[in-house]
Design a protein around this ligand. Structure first.
Ligand code: SAM
Length: 304
């Protein structure tokens, strides 16, 4: 698919790729080492940031069945608003509502339940989204005025195709930003709904009017100093932070990521427990349901 509507953004993202590559942990070097920049402006050959399988009636039935085995058929998410919204936007994007989308529906229901306690955050930033799972869910929820997505430039380029498929996003509603000043001004524009920030610029962002920062299953795959710089960003914004990651993970080059050692000092927790929807996943082969490689914790914290 070409990114006609967002062609200007696609060409900036392509130019950002070499610098963005420097941000990659050994894990991400591995998952992007077969990357191809196609003539039509798109990117292929990168993986590890979720699936986007084409939606067919039969495949969706299989997903629906296995998801009810993972969470239990009476799990409240299946009757909640975020699941209905996910059914709609995945259809528009032509993709299956897979386990990643379902995890994000659970997350959005959780954030909605705590919305008022967090003084109704207006601007949300997601660090390390995949396949627009958070951005699409947050847009559909109507909870936030602006959504900022910080990610590797090649992954943002891939996400652009999925953003193109969402309703209500025109040329002016998606922006790309490469500095704090630029981000602050994009967030002030009434038309802006989504701002994409290539990861190498995140370090310089500082305070830029962000109320909530979300990280799901991706700090666990970054180098420790990069995670530290993201915690500085959260602190600079006195933001709420939803974090859902493996308690411990070792990357291919031996980097050890340890949830409890991140810079939580002084934060107040509204939620701090094992994430119940992030313990099992499914495959199409027996035994179908499998545990993740280790427990996943989630925290909703206020900094500052
Ligand atoms: C396993 S995927 C998680 C995707 C999604 N959050 C989910 O829960 O399904 C990890 C994500 O982190 C992103 N990532 C890796 N290094 C990053 C960095 N330095 N800054 C921001 N995002 C990064 C990857 O591109 C990818 O989108």
């Amino acid at each position: 698919m070409t990114t006609r509507k967002f062609q200007a953004i696609a060409s900036v993202l392509r130019s950002e790729i070499p610098q963005s590559d420097i941000q990659k942990s050994s894990h991400w070097q591995h998952y992007t080492n077969e990357r191809t920049l196609n003539r039509d402006g798109t990117v292929s050959g990168i993986s590890g940031f979720g699936g986007r399988a084409r939606r067919t009636w039969l495949h969706q039935k299989v997903h629906d069945h296995l998801q009810r085995r993972v969470l239990g058929k009476n799990h409240p998410v299946f009757e909640g608003p975020a699941y209905r919204e996910a059914s709609n936007y995945t259809k528009t994007q032509g993709r299956a509502l897979d386990m990643d989308c379902l995890r994000h529906a659970c997350t959005l229901d959780l954030l909605r339940a705590h919305h008022q306690k967090m003084s109704s955050p207006r601007n949300v930033t997601v660090i390390g989204d995949g396949q627009t799972n958070f951005v699409a869910a947050a847009l559909a929820s109507g909870l936030y005025q602006k959504i900022v997505s910080i990610n590797l430039a090649d992954v943002l380029l891939s996400d652009l195709e999925l953003l193109e498929a969402l309703p209500g996003l025109d040329k002016n509603s998606v922006q790309i930003s490469n500095s704090a000043e630029n981000l602050r001004s994009a967030l002030k524009q009434p038309d802006t709904k989504v701002v994409l920030v290539p990861a190498q610029h995140a370090i310089e962002l500082g305070a830029c009017d962000i109320d909530l920062v979300v990280n799901i299953a991706s700090f666990q795959e970054m180098n420790h100093d990069i995670v530290q710089s993201y915690f500085r960003f959260i602190r600079a914004n006195f933001a709420w932070h939803y974090n859902c990651n493996r308690l411990r993970k070792v990357l291919p080059a031996g980097e050890v990521l340890d949830f409890m050692t991140w810079d939580w000092q002084g934060a107040e927790f509204l939620l701090d427990e094992i994430c119940q929807w992030h313990q099992l996943w499914y495959t199409y082969r027996p035994p179908f349901l499998r545990p993740y490689d280790g427990p996943v914790q989630h925290r909703l914290a206020k900094f500052g």
